[in-house]
Design a protein around this ligand. Structure first.
Ligand code: SF4
Length: 954
């Protein structure tokens, strides 16, 4: 047997000791710095990546040159080097995890068909999946909402959960945290992250330790940056490659240092701070860069606040928002139930590496430094359409009023100004009294019906589909009315200070005699059970409940569009009167139609502000000057009267850090996963047998697979234009996660396959079935294909339609795609700035590929979506300078050639030839956004999945 080559930096393997005298080995960066002295001034995040490159330097996937290049990272060098980053582990949520599992299962099927062992396909690093994206707020405002919503969740998702159980027994390193435990990022923070790791294959007495690092199939994976873990969101296809032993490849990043000084003022929350950070960093254009926080202000803020800031990295555009490990991190690990041994090892390792402690100004050479005095942050919201559009709380009312009549392209709602204050009676079929039984939503299982019928007569059980919110007297509805108020999302629900603030505000509001307006759908969906426990211990949960914020689920809910429906009466009032209704949520995304298809104004805010706006009932109430509502005896109650003091919050924080509670809770993942989960029966075996299902189907990506790739000619001719899009087309526009319209191609397909409308579930939950997902591609109800001429009022049609060419026949994009593919005609999509922004969503690329779209030409791309397009064999092409499809004068009836003159190279120039209907043509040079050599290989193999599969089967 050939001897493995010696490690090129073998002398850097050293030993460290913990406080209790236990030893561990580690690849020492200080030792490496003897050869490359500038290492000591590298950003901490770069040094952690460097450790991975050093440790995995095997002369094959990772070479000594890679180590050298990264050790020579310079703050302002041109970024041409590619880093192969081998991560410690991978985390998944269920929307992205199920299709990933389906791809792995399909690879096993291919292996079996080729006569190879299916076990060849096995994750090489630990993979954790948290089922958090599937719970919906069908029921709210009742003590039974959690149980009722979970019952419906299990009824809707039975086939997916059976498939997961198959995965758990088929793959050795695949763990599932069942529904009802929490949101993936909070579970990651509270439970998965263990400090430092050893390889499962390392059986030495003194094993080699290394830092935690990860990729996750969710953009907000960056929340883990709050505990000094390097990690970010990738598309499912990259995550698959990572779990199958491929390094995550990336161009060496710039690192922007963010110096925090000062202290937050009284009344200002971590949510306000993160909205500031988001708007500052958006303006700094940090897309594709690491952001690293430092300075005395950074050292002073607690880990949950750091995690909140790390969480919103996708909103400010950065790859990460990283906080180095320090005493605060160690205290957090102690308080959340990690063992003494783990904590000691963690601290000792980081100290030995010289990576412990918050850097001070001047310690590190960053590409650029941005500064914020925490004392300048003020209470804020963000919206109504983008998370970076921060609004001072005191300006919200005027901002909404202004935007109401501003044109769409100025971020407005394009409505006649004189309609702003009109109110409309709600045609309620008898406003329900508190003791009246609420009907279950259509499609509810019998036992749910029984539970509703049997519910406490004191509970106002609200169901979104059939019953209006409880109210007595006349109910009217108008513009700016808060129709959804949701304490939701990993961004905030993991943060005890803002969750306790919401509880304290609720307490004072109830005591002052305030109530929530009848048209508001209220929900509380914490990111883990720990939150409920500390709210209960602090005695605050009953007050939230009194205001309607009953526990609705432990998962993403409203944040991912699982807000459940509004009542039919409210929906009708909105659509009939063109009302601009509002949602106020403690989330991190507010793109059009994400929260609810009929709510156009969505504001992100801290949990206490969510409660305050539920009481105020309208976003045009200026909470800085007007009363939140009328309390006892008709007395005006102002926000200042009910806002909790820092002392009150601090006093209650002691309930939130109880190591025993954390341990007991997460032990239950194994010992008591819940009655619903335990009753799911999965199939056994190494190869999945693909039973007939509208949820899970064998994906077509490996059809006709063979060991040698088809010779691919990257260019193509005579492509038709499928769509012309404006700026900021999100992955949710491209591949929506929310509800499925009955009249859409996916809805029609589901009905044809015997699925009733009530059982459609969401696109997100059906990502294991390509037949639904390709029909859902570009099917967001708010997407605007600018090929379609606007109507006489200048209003642009919304929805996934195109004009089929030749002939200008209007049809669904899916239908046009099938016709073009049947004719062998390639297609292209044109976009503007930030194409593919938003959540990482591999179906946005998979769907694009399955619709036969060969290239997307845009002014700029979001990082993950660009990589995913390449990973699926679709060319991302970027306009240069001021060029755009508008400057080319495209209307959509042109034919397009993509001419690649020479061998495919990263970032090469490519010629686009536009053939117009009048037989003239025009040429324009665009930049190929295949960014790295490995991406060229992926593309040549038809995508990353066939590439990895060939490697594994060889
Ligand atoms: S951002 Fe929202 S949808 Fe995404 S993981 Fe967090 S809570 Fe869930």
């Amino acid at each position: 047997m050939a001897k493995a080559p010696a490690h090129a930096f073998a002398s850097t393997l050293k030993t460290f000791k913990t406080a209790s005298g236990k030893s561990g080995k580690y690849w020492s960066l200080k030792e490496l710095a003897k050869q490359y002295p500038t290492i000591d001034r590298l950003p901490v995040s770069i040094r952690i990546v460097l450790e991975s490159v050093l440790r995995n330097c095997d002369g094959q996937k990772v070479s000594a040159k890679h180590v050298e290049e990264l050790a020579h990272w310079a703050p302002n060098a041109e970024r041409t080097d590619e880093i192969p980053f081998v991560v410690t582990r991978v985390v998944l949520q269920d929307f992205t995890g199920v299709p990933l599992l389906a791809d792995l299962a399909a690879m096993r099927s291919v292996a079996a068909k080729l006569g190879k062992s299916p076990k060849t396909i096995e994750p090489l690093v630990p993979v954790d999946l948290v089922v958090d994206h599937s719970v919906m707020v069908d029921y709210y405002g009742t003590p039974k909402a959690l149980d009722l919503n979970m019952k419906l969740e299990f009824q809707r998702n039975n086939e997916r959960y059976q498939f997961m159980k198959w995965g758990m027994q088929a793959f050795d390193t695949f763990r599932v945290v069942p529904p009802g435990f929490g949101i993936v990022h909070q579970v990651n923070l509270e439970y998965f992250a263990r400090g430092v790791y050893t390889s499962p294959n390392d059986k030495a007495d003194v094993p080699v330790y290394y830092p935690d690092s990860l990729v996750g199939t969710d953009s907000h994976t960056t929340m883990i940056n709050g505990v000094g873990v390097v990690g970010w969101g990738v598309g499912g296809i990259e995550a698959e490659a990572a779990m199958l032993g491929q390094p995550v490849y990336m161009l060496t990043p710039d690192v922007v240092g963010f110096e925090l000084t000062g202290k937050l003022r009284e009344g200002v929350t971590a949510t306000d701070l993160v909205l500031y950070v988001t708007s500052i960093l958006r303006a700094e254009k940090v897309v594709g860069k690491f952001v690293e926080f430092f300075g005395p202000g950074a050292a002073s803020i607690a880990v949950p606040d750091r995690a909140t800031i790390g969480n919103m990295a996708p909103e400010y555009g950065a790859t990460m928002g990283f906080f180095p490990v320090d005493d605060m991190t160690v205290a957090y690990f102690e308080g959340t139930g990690r063992t003494k041994e783990e904590v000691e090892r963690f601290a000792a390792y980081y100290k030995a590496q010289g990576l412990y402690g918050m850097p001070n100004p001047g310690d590190i050479d960053y590409t650029k430094i941005v500064r914020l005095d925490l004392g300048t942050v003020s209470p804020s919201l963000a919206g109504p359409k983008r998370p970076q559009d921060r609004i001072d709380l005191g300006h919200l009312a005027t901002k909404f009023s202004e935007l109401y009549s501003k044109p769409n392209d100025a971020n407005g709602f394009n409505q006649p100004a004189d309609k702003l204050k009109l109110r409309y009676p709600l045609s309620v079929n008898g406003v329900r009294e508190d003791d009246e039984a609420a009907a279950p939503p259509p499609g509810a299982p019998r036992d749910v019906v029984e539970m509703v019928a049997n519910r406490s007569t004191h509970a106002a059980a609200h169901t979104s589909a059939t019953a209006p919110p409880a109210a007595k007297g006349d109910v009217t509805i108008g513009n700016g009315d808060v129709l959804i108020a949701a304490i939701t999302s990993c961004t905030n629900t993991s943060n005890p200070s803002v969750m306790l603030a919401a509880g304290l505000l609720a307490k004072k509001a109830v005591e002052a005699g305030l109530t929530v307006k009848p048209h508001v759908k209220t929900s509380l969906a914490p990111g883990s059970r720990i939150v409920t426990e500390y709210l209960e211990k602090a005695g605050l949960l009953p007050y939230l409940e009194k205001l309607g914020f009953y526990l609705a689920g432990y998962g993403c809910t409203t944040c991912i569009g699982n807000a459940g429906d509004l009542t039919p009466e409210i929906n009708e009032a909105i659509t009939k009167n063109d009302l601009i209704g509002a949602a106020v949520l403690s989330g991190n995304r507010n793109f059009e139609a994400r929260i609810h298809p009929n709510l156009k104004a969505n504001f992100l805010a801290s949990p206490p502000l969510v409660v305050a706006f539920a009481i105020a009932g309208n976003v045009m109430t200026d909470l800085m000057t007007e009363p939140v509502g009328k309390g006892r005896n008709g007395k005006d109650v102002y926000l200042g009267d009910i806002w909790p003091t820092p002392k009150e919050i601090d006093e209650n924080l002691r309930y939130a850090m109880n190591a025993k509670s954390f341990r007991e809770n997460y032990d239950k993942v194994k010992t008591d996963p819940g009655k619903f989960w335990s009753s799911i029966e999965g199939t056994n075996g190494q190869v999945y047998d693909w039973p007939k299902s509208t949820y899970i189907a064998e994906p077509p990506f490996f059809e006709g697979f063979r060991m040698t790739p088809h010779a691919s000619d990257a260019g193509f001719k005579g492509a038709r234009v499928m769509a012309l899009f404006g700026d900021s087309i999100t992955t949710d526009h491209i591949s929506p996660a929310g509800s499925i319209k009955e009249s859409s191609p996916a809805g029609i397909w589901l009905k044809a396959h015997g699925v009733a409308k009530a059982d459609f579930n969401s696109y997100g939950s059906r990502r294991g079935n390509h037949d639904v997902m390709m029909r859902g591609t570009f099917a967001n109800v708010r997407i605007k294909n600018l090929m379609i001429p606007p109507d006489a009022n200048g209003t642009q049609e919304e929805g996934g339609v195109t004009l089929f060419q030749p002939g200008n026949e209007k049809m669904f994009i899916y239908d046009a795609a099938m016709k073009y593919m049947a004719q062998g005609v390639p297609t292209v999509v044109f976009g503007g700035e930030e194409y593919g922004t938003g959540s990482s969503r591999d179906w946005a690329a998979k769907g694009t590929q399955l619709l036969g779209i060969k290239a997307v030409v845009a002014r700029s791309f979001e990082r993950i979506h660009r990589a995913n397009l390449v990973g699926m064999g679709v060319l991302p092409l970027q306009f240069r300078g001021a060029d755009s499809w508008q400057t080319l004068g495209l209307t959509g009836d042109e034919k397009i050639d993509v001419v690649i003159g020479s061998e495919l190279k990263p970032q090469m120039d490519v010629k686009l030839v536009v053939h117009r209907a009048d037989d003239t043509h025009q040429e324009v040079t665009v930049r190929l956004r295949i960014d790295t050599p490995i991406e060229v290989d992926y593309y040549k193999h038809g995508g990353i999945l066939p590439f990895v599969l060939r490697q594994l089967l060889e």
